[in-house]
Ligand binder design. Structure first.
Ligand code: UDP
Ligand code: MG
Length: 318
């Protein structure tokens, strides 16, 4: 292809899709409506993450009627972060928007984000002023997770943001050079720095379907966020080990003193069981924390491809 004919794409929108068949027509209409206010040279990249419903055929319908719609179909479910990564690997836009496919993130916010980008910001993230229709437990755990993460990591991951954001092509290029297996994109983007700003929005509730994030997926995600950006848990284990050793040493001294000097040996099943149970717990916890880091090393050493594409209409841009 003659490179001069290849029009530059100004805006790419990446939408991960996992069992969203009912919402896709609405999603497409609202995205297209909102993005066409900005430019005619845009592309919508839908990444079907192994949906088990009719999402793929809904997407193929869009592909047929609109040349700006591009799709990537995974061979199975690889998870939300990986789906977005595949979109980032294949997008061509000068600016790139990442948005959830369940319309919890309003597409109508994209023009405002784009305006901020034109002012010179490389990252414009959408911060949730309010979250509708999410359980109390989810809100509380999310809030605490972000606050703990902030304490544990040296990088500044903004509180109350998800992956709904606009990033510059520069950021995308750097993200492609961060091939770690356990993805935590919002951390990677914060880590990269550049000029970052926010716009506020109200997070709607899901119209159809259920959240694809089970509690175990969320826990894994939280672990990836922490182990990927902080060594503090490891250092905490070391400190805990020191503290407990010191404490035990004092108890040993006292026990010997009581036995040999005072000739008063404490008959204590209770104290024995407490100390052995306590130590057992602490040891297992510490091994678990170390194990989390080893499992990261393991996955990165094996270095499998992050995702497998079954079918697509995007050419390889990575
Ligand atoms: N998603 C995905 N793969 C998954 C789970 C979710 O691609 O394994 C997509 C899903 O279709 C949606 C986005 O990721 O577009 C956010 O997921 P969800 O709404 O389930 O998460 P929540 O909003 O509950 O955090
Ligand atoms: Mg959602």
């Amino acid at each position: 292809m003659d490179p001069k004919n290849k029009q530059t794409i100004e805006l790419s929108v990446i939408i991960p899709i996992y069992n969203e068949e009912k919402i896709i027509p609405d999603l497409y209409r609202r995205l297209q409506e909102s993005v066409s206010h900005i430019t005619e040279r845009y592309e919508l990249i839908f990444v079907n993450d192994g949906s088990s419903d009719g999402s793929l055929s809904e997407l193929l319908k869009l592909v047929e009627q609109d040349p700006r719609v591009r799709y990537i179909n995974f061979s199975r479910n690889f998870g939300h972060q990986i789906a977005v990564t595949a979109g980032l690997d294949h997008c061509r836009g000068q600016a790139v928007v990442i948005i959830d496919g369940d319309l919890q993130d309003p597409p109508e916010l994209i023009p405002e984000m784009y305006r901020k980008h034109l002012e010179g910001y490389e990252v414009v993230y959408a911060r949730r002023a309010e979250r509708k229709g999410e359980s109390f437990l989810k809100k509380v755990t999310a809030k605490w997770f972000y606050r703990i993460l902030r304490k544990l990591t040296s990088i500044d991951i903004p509180v109350d943001t998800g992956d709904f954001r606009l990033i510059d092509q520069k950021i995308v290029r750097y993200l492609r050079r961060m091939p770690e297996q356990n993805k935590f994109l919002r951390g990677q983007i914060a880590w990269l720095g550049f000029r970052q700003t926010e716009v506020l929005f109200t997070r709607d509730k899901r119209k159809y379907g259920t959240s694809g994030y089970s509690w175990s997926k969320m826990l894994q995600f939280a672990m990836d966020g922490i182990t990927g950006f902080s060594d503090k848990p490891l250092r905490m284990v070391t400190k805990l080990g020191f503290a407990i050793s010191l404490f035990s040493f004092c108890i040993i001294l006292y026990a010997m003193y009581a036995h040999f000097i005072l000739h008063r040996t404490i008959t204590g099943w209770t104290s024995l069981i407490i100390s052995s149970a306590f130590l057992g717990g602490v040891q297992l916890l510490s091994i678990g924390i170390i194990g989390e880091y080893i499992s990261r090393i393991n996955r990165n050493v094996i270095n499998r491809p992050l995702y497998i594409i079954e079918k697509t209409n995007v050419e390889d841009t990575a």
